[in-house]
Design a protein. Structure first.
Length: 659
């Protein structure tokens, strides 16, 4: 077996990403199954876009793929599986239309492949549940039912029982959703029989069956109206998958869907699926000996630790978002580790500079060693800004916004709740970026939180009633130069622009810019700056809502325009990227217009080229700030890590689905 293949089998998701970024294409192409295994593993861990990139490069190993009959049986099996998994990656990244095209091609090549039909049914089902148009959604669900039903019949005939119960239970649930209760019950009875037969046989050995089989039995029992049996099997499935948050959330989502279809309380079986809450934390650093007034004296570390542990137990926290300063932050992270929880840490600037300013501040204390230990065990550590002594308070404020919003984004993805905890002395702080500032923002969002006061130990879930002074300043000015805590920004271009001839370019410029002008008029009050160049548009906004509204209007405006009226190709589509973060603005001495620069401006430009045409991708910080500011009527789907061009690294990306 190839050394690379063995490495991929043993690698954790983060290690797998590193292997891909450093891979030798010639070595990998000598064994195409390397691409397949790496793509499947990243897809299963939720890294959809990187999986798509891997599988796409892997398919280049088959130059005769346009005529699969020329491939050996082994080659065709790998080729076909790669295309199946790439279609799944497309569907999970939000590109439902492209996924359907891919799956329909595969269906033509092998009309009786139950996995292809299962993926096709899943894509249609997801499209039906996500669409806001009831008639369109019902049409997708009916089509999904037909596909799952056919796949079930094929798998049963071939005696592929695992495929049979997967496709059969989906057909049964979809039959319920489209109004066929009788057919739903009949299918559920058949699936129940298949699952109980497998349950009593020696074939129940694979790890996947340890939770999917009882989950299927639970769903079948529920469709049959046997609530006690459903509760029993769902509880077993939940116990088997207790450390697999995404699996638990998926099972609970499906149970809620069935209960809604049966006109029952959708939360009736939630207790079977122990989905953890998401804790977001803010707290004081430990007091230095020269601090003029006490806030968190070192002698109170253990009592505070006990109160944090009690809050985490009360809220059943399993995922956490916080910084890692000495004092309350590190104590919180240590307690989360004791619970076996996932740690997501955000630092406002570079690790060693953060250590100097916020960790190693008490001579002889062990905070620096404890800082290293919790960071080593964190699932992810984000460095959000660059250190600047003058601007650090604003960078701390941005980090606090990011943490609060990222916690809400994660909770939304698993249908869970955010449980904020603050170790705060109850007094006004020194300005933006401190614990009092965080509490003030939570209060503004109407957020209930757990308050631990280091001085009086009064606590409980409540909303702060007293007015907390916090920095309202959103930018620091230096003459014509201004630094902004964060601003939303958008880059876009049009696919196919570079292939236009001179006459078409002139026509496009007139009509495209007229379209952009009309959209700008609609969102003018939310726009700080606008710039165009050919098909490129760069807009800086005052708020998240204006940024998303403008982007959706631009995408839809381009796709709905009949460009052939102007002698242009009919399939012009936009690639649009959204980012948000700290940046500078300055007066351009050449144009005499205010312009913007900074790491986040550059990054926004790097996201746009890797965005699929016709889609809008947003960065993690854009999504976090959207949730942090409680922006309404915006939906984001996690698409996975994306590799930015020009060696700009990898970042998580989200698909913007609606407004």
């Amino acid at each position: 077996m190839s050394i690379v293949l063995a490495q991929i089998k043993a690698a954790a998701p983060a290690e797998l990403i590193t292997l891909w970024l450093r891979h030798d294409a010639a070595e990998w192409r000598s064994m195409p199954e390397i691409y397949l295994l790496a793509g499947e593993r990243l897809l299963n861990s939720g890294e959809v876009l990187l999986a798509y990139d891997i599988l796409t490069e892997g398919l280049q190993c088959f130059p005769e793929a346009a005529s699969p009959v020329r491939l050996s049986k082994k080659e065709f099996r790998i080729y076909f599986r790669m295309r199946q998994q790439r279609a799944l990656a497309l569907a999970q990244s939000g590109a439902d239309g492209l996924a359907l095209q891919e799956l329909l091609i595969l269906k033509k090549q092998d009309a009786y492949n139950p996995e292809t039909l299962g993926l096709l049914g899943r894509t249609l089902k997801d499209a039906g549940l996500k669409t806001a148009n009831r008639k369109t959604g019902l049409g997708h669900l009916r089509a999904a039912y037909t596909v799952y039903s056919d796949a079930y019949a094929i798998a049963t005939k071939k005696r592929h029982m695992e495929d049979a119960y997967y496709n059969g239970i989906n057909a049964a649930t979809l039959s319920l959703l489209i109004g066929g209760r009788g057919r739903s019950r009949a299918l559920a009875e058949q699936v129940w029989g298949i699952c109980t037969k497998i349950l009593n046989s020696s074939r129940r050995t694979a790890d996947a069956e340890n939770y999917w089989l009882p989950a299927t039995l639970g769903e079948a029992a529920l469709l049959l109206g046997n609530l006690d049996d459903a509760q029993h099997w769902y509880a077993e499935a939940g116990a088997c998958a207790q450390k697999m948050v995404r699996v638990l959330a998926s099972m609970r989502r499906q149970a809620r869907l069935v209960l809604t279809g049966l006109d029952k309380d959708p939360s009736l079986l939630d207790a079977c699926f122990p989905v953890p809450s998401v804790a977001v934390f803010a707290g004081h650093m430990i007091d230095r000996s020269d601090r003029p007034s006490k806030r968190f004296p070192p002698e109170l570390e253990e009592p505070i630790r006990n109160r944090i542990a009690a809050c985490l137990e009360k809220s059943r926290a399993g995922i956490s978002y916080s910084s890692a300063a000495c004092g309350a932050d590190i104590i919180f992270l240590e307690e989360m580790l004791k619970r076996g929880g996932e740690l997501y840490v955000a630092l406002p600037f570079e690790k060693e500079l953060f250590r100097e300013t916020s960790v190693d501040i008490i001579p002889g204390a062990s905070w620096s060693e404890r800082f290293d230990k919790v960071l080593r065990k964190a699932k992810e550590v984000r460095i959000l800004c660059q250190h600047d002594r003058v601007l650090n308070m604003l960078n701390f404020e941005f980090a606090n916004f990011f943490l609060y919003g990222a916690a809400h984004a994660r909770a939304r993805s698993i249908d869970s709740e955010v449980k904020p905890i603050a170790v705060w002395d109850g007094r006004p702080g020194d300005g933006p970026g401190g614990t009092a500032s965080v509490v003030a923002h939570w209060r503004k969002q109407g957020q209930v939180f757990e308050h631990i006061n280091p001085l009086v130990f009064t606590g409980g879930a409540y909303q702060v009633k007293k007015r907390v002074r916090h920095g309202k300043e959103k930018k620091a000015r230096y003459g014509s130069l201004a630094y902004h805590t964060y601003l939303p920004m958008m880059f876009s271009d049009v696919k196919g622009y570079s292939k236009l001839d001179d006459e078409q370019l002139a026509r496009f410029s007139v009509h495209f810019l007229k379209l952009v002008k009309n959209i700008i008029r609609k969102y003018d009050t939310g726009i700080m700056s606008r710039r165009t160049q050919g098909d490129g548009v760069f807009i800086v906004f005052r708020n998240i809502k204006a940024a998303v509204g403008f982007s959706v209007s631009l995408r839809d405006g381009i796709s709905s325009t009949d460009w052939t009226r102007y002698g242009l190709p009919a399939d012009l589509t936009a690639r649009i990227s959204l980012d948000a973060g700290p940046c500078y603005s300055y007066l351009d001495p050449v144009t005499m217009h205010r312009d913007f620069c900074g790491e986040y401006v550059i990054r926004a430009a790097r996201i746009e080229p890797i965005t699929p045409p016709g889609h809008i991708y947003a960065s993690e910080s854009f999504v976090a700030l959207s949730y942090a500011m409680s922006t309404k009527n915006i939906s984001f789907d996690y698409a996975g890590q994306v590799m930015l061009p020009k060696a700009f690294g990898t970042i998580p990306a989200y698909y913007v689905r609606s407004v």
